[in-house]
Design a protein around this ligand. Sequence first.
Ligand code: XIL
Length: 333
Amino acid sequence: QAGIPSVKDVVTEFPVGAAITGAEITTVHGDLLAKHFSSVTPGNALKWDATEPAENSFTYAQADPLIAFAEAHAMAVRGHTLVWHNQTPAWVFQDANGATMTATAENKALLLARLENHIRNVAAHYGDTIGTWDVANEVIDESQSDGLRRSSWYTITGLDYLRTAFRVAREVAPHATLCINDYNTNVATKRDALFNLVVKLKGEGVPIDCVGHQMHVNVNWPSIADTEAMLRKFEGIGVEQQITEMDVSIYTGSGESFPAPPADRLLAQAYVYRDMFALFRRYRADLTSVTLWGLADDNTWLDTYPVARKDAPLLFDTRLQAKSAYWGVVDPS
Ligand code: XIL
């Protein structure tokens, strides 16, 4: 594979990134990562449970080596993520007596103070090294009439957790691009709910610079037209857009399971990557980054989510060889 083109040299319209969870910076994985990608997202290492497992006790042991690798290879870094309802330790939502918080003014003040302290520490630790932050992750629930997810963050603070998170992130990391990130934004109801929230908060002066589209998709879904509609929706409201977590599952439903990826699915996947990247490259006015949620098929979260089964959603296979999907991106003809 030494002679094949580098993804980042072919796709020059925006940085192309990969999420990594540890082993990807060593030996052959590190070589593959540095050759093909110009941006890195720590897949778990910057989440709350990794950086502040106990109150006011911060550790960067997981994230620092990943970010040092990115710096050494002049790669951009996307920080993921400062506020989310998952991978957040239980103590965050416990009151002074160790009981699960209820929605009181006292608990709200405590929770917002913890959020502020968390962001101050994590964002300050990295300064300008982290050029983009997913400040808030997955806050939309389009099945609610107001479109807002009923996380503990929301039920205890209303929208103030978002106001606080973006304000503090801007203060501590004034040069970083601040994103609100979500999945299924190709679905009209979901993207409309996100759009309404972003417009409302920006109208109040909340410093949201960017909308992140996760893009966990599959070989059958969504259509290119829906994906283009997703990007068009956020044009002209003063935000950048980024594709933050793309992968293309070979599965089209949760009932399927293949011992090895079937050839027809891998071919369909190559066409999805080809057509999606063609769209992204054509649509480059406010699309400032495209990241894949993994480096190669030997390490993908889809091997365990939504059920345990072998998936193959990335550009390189389990032996780190370029797949048809890679050629779909690099040689779309
Ligand atoms: C996933 C990681 O890849 C897994 O290793 C972890 O067990 C669970 O989280 N949306 C997100 C990411 O925003 O943070 C998730 O990452 C995948 C879905």
